[in-house]
Design a protein around this ligand. Structure first.
Ligand SMILES: Cc1cc2nc3c(=O)[nH]c(=O)nc-3n(C[C@H](O)[C@H](O)[C@H](O)COP(=O)(O)O)c2cc1C
Length: 212
């Protein structure tokens, strides 16, 4: 057994059993999320847990409708159909017993403000912002939750697709936190008996460079 198996065994699960997850387990998974690194330890996240089946179904319907609405921008029927063919990628949280909505607020970079006040050129200001550190912190928190879920025997899926319906989702769940916006969601639950295998990885030689 490899001690990193919980990393190597994680995969995106998009089919779930109905079995509810105990609140303590959900809390533990979110806690693992909060142990992620964040830029200057600003912990720029907020987690909203949904377990209400009806609410989750309604949210999937809202996302489907939003996806369809956006798809109407396609200039022909063929492209509209291609757009709609990936709908499951946006709504596969619909059967999950738990959905964790991950809200984030921008990283407050003091150096940026200082340089801005000192009329630094736009290209320097852009360069400082290019790592999108706030979003990276959210990604770190989500990955911690996915790994915790895997270790605890649950399936999960990291999803940003549904966020195009963020304002409708906010209205549905009646949640708002000033300065925060929906960045991602995590579908969580016991994996169905048969779920697709983890897709293969690029060979390490292709993505790894040692400079000695
Ligand atoms: C930032 C991010 C956003 C993602 N958004 C979605 C999504 O909206 N819907 C979805 O089904 N999967 C989504 N995924 C999951 C990826 O499709 C998945 O991680 C990838 O195909 C590799 O498969 P694996 O997770 O099983 O290893 C997302 C993953 C990341 C990192």
């Amino acid at each position: 057994m490899n001690p990193l198996d919980f990393i190597y065994n994680r995969k995106s699960v998009r089919l779930f059993k109905d079995t509810p997850i105990p609140k303590e387990v959900i809390t533990e998974i979110v806690k693992a999320g909060t142990y992620a690194p964040s830029p200057k330890h600003q912990q720029n996240w907020h987690f909203v847990v949904l377990q209400n089946k009806e609410l989750i179904t309604q949210m999937a319907e809202i996302v489907r409708a939003s996806h369809e609405r956006i798809g109407q921008l396609a200039k022909n029927e063929k492209d509209f159909k291609r757009h709609m063919s990936v709908i499951n990628y946006y709504t596969c949280f619909k059967d999950a017993p738990v959905v964790i909505l991950v809200y984030g607020c921008p990283y407050n970079m003091i150096e940026y403000k200082i340089l801005q006040e000192n009329d630094a050129p736009a290209n320097v200001l852009e360069m400082l912002q290019s790592p999108q550190s706030g979003a990276q912190g959210i990604g770190a928190a989500v990955e911690n939750m996915l790994l915790a879920a895997t270790k605890l025997g649950y399936g999960s899926c990291y999803m940003t697709g549904p966020t195009h319906a963020k304002s409708e989702i906010e209205a549905l769940i009646n949640f708002e936190k000033e300065g925060y916006e929906l960045m991602a969601m995590v579908a969580l639950g016991e994996a169905a008996d048969h779920t697709p295998a983890q897709p293969p990885r690029k060979p390490l030689e292709e993505v790894l460079t040692f400079i000695d």
